[in-house]
Design a binder for this molecule. Structure first.
Ligand SMILES: Cc1ncc(C[n+]2csc(CCOP(=O)(O)OP(=O)(O)O)c2C)c(N)n1
Length: 270
């Protein structure tokens, strides 16, 4: 039976908006966009043991769009990998819960990210290492669609397919917005699935807010039924779940004030 992802995701979204309000933090749109993907990854797909998170055989997740770290931290707390109380330290002075995640600060943060275009390099290296070490781990990397403008994404996509890294899943958060405009205005990649197929990937197009579709896509990718890596192109809405944030460019950088937090928590009532 499917888990109650909707409730889990709602709690994650409530934590995100609360963290951003407290820290006067940015990137709420980016975090809300991928909150459902992160919910299903941590609750329905990735293999890890909260008692033994350092097990080298566990699955890996790299949030390449590191600016959406509030979603990652809330997801880790939701999965029991970090104490929920820690979320109160997000973005504060002297915290280790910093805006761009740092490798080793918390369990299952396997890569330092924030410089876009680099998570996939680390994911590809990790997937290759897992294979060399005969380790069963799957490696998942989540990228923004604007991030895919970076040339390093495609260099690594070519290498991953050359190496037949079927333990690698690249997820693209296809919300159509970047930091300074719409993808279509900045550098239009059009059909992202077509691009990844041209680079030798299996691709799966889904609605990135449909829990069943996310779960099926992740499980298909993890089943390694072919010798290719997989790209999941997840059509999403930036700011999803909070009416005033949805598909609004300004919420890339704006921070929710107290009144906006109140409205968000009402909309995300449990
Ligand atoms: C190499 C690099 N260039 C620029 C930035 C600044 N930056 C942070 S977020 C962002 C936009 C990212 O857009 P997208 O990948 O579509 O992710 P979204 O926020 O829409 O989920 C930019 C340009 C960065 N972090 N890294």
């Amino acid at each position: 039976m499917m888990k109650d992802y909707a409730i889990l995701a709602r709690k994650i979204r409530r934590d995100i908006v609360t963290m951003l309000n407290r820290a006067n933090g940015s990137f709420g749109g980016a975090a809300m966009s991928c909150a459902d993907l992160i919910t299903v990854l941590f609750h329905g797909c990735m293999r890890f043991d909260i008692e033994n998170p350092d097990d080298p055989a566990r699955d890996m997740f790299i949030l390449s769009k590191g600016h959406a770290s509030s979603a990652l931290y809330a997801g880790l707390a939701s999965a029991g990998l970090i104490d929920r109380g820690e979320l109160e330290t997000y973005g504060m002075n002297d915290t280790k819960m910093i805006i761009h995640p740092k490798r080793g600060t918390y369990p299952c943060i396997d890569a330092s990210t924030g410089a876009l275009g680099h998570g996939i390099c680390q994911a590809v290296g990790s997937a290759l290492a897992a294979r060399i070490l005969k380790c069963d781990a799957n490696v998942f990397v989540l990228m923004g669609d604007g991030e895919c403008n970076e040339g390093s994404v495609w260099e690594n996509a070519a290498f991953a397919s050359k190496q037949k890294l079927n333990n690698l899943t690249a997820i693209v958060d296809r919300n159509g917005l970047q930091g300074c405009g719409r993808d279509a205005e900045v550098l239009n990649y059009g059909d992202m699935g077509e691009k990844f197929r041209a680079f030798g990937f299996n691709t799966i197009d889904i609605d990135g807010h449909d829990y069943e579709a996310i779960e099926n896509a992740l499980k298909t990718a993890a089943s390694r039924s072919t010798d290719k890596p997989t790209a999941i192109i997840a059509k999403t809405i930036k700011g999803r779940g909070i009416s005033y944030m949805e598909d609004k460019l300004e919420w890339h950088y704006k921070s929710p004030n107290d009144e906006q937090l109140k409205i968000a928590l009402e909309e995300l009532a449990l």
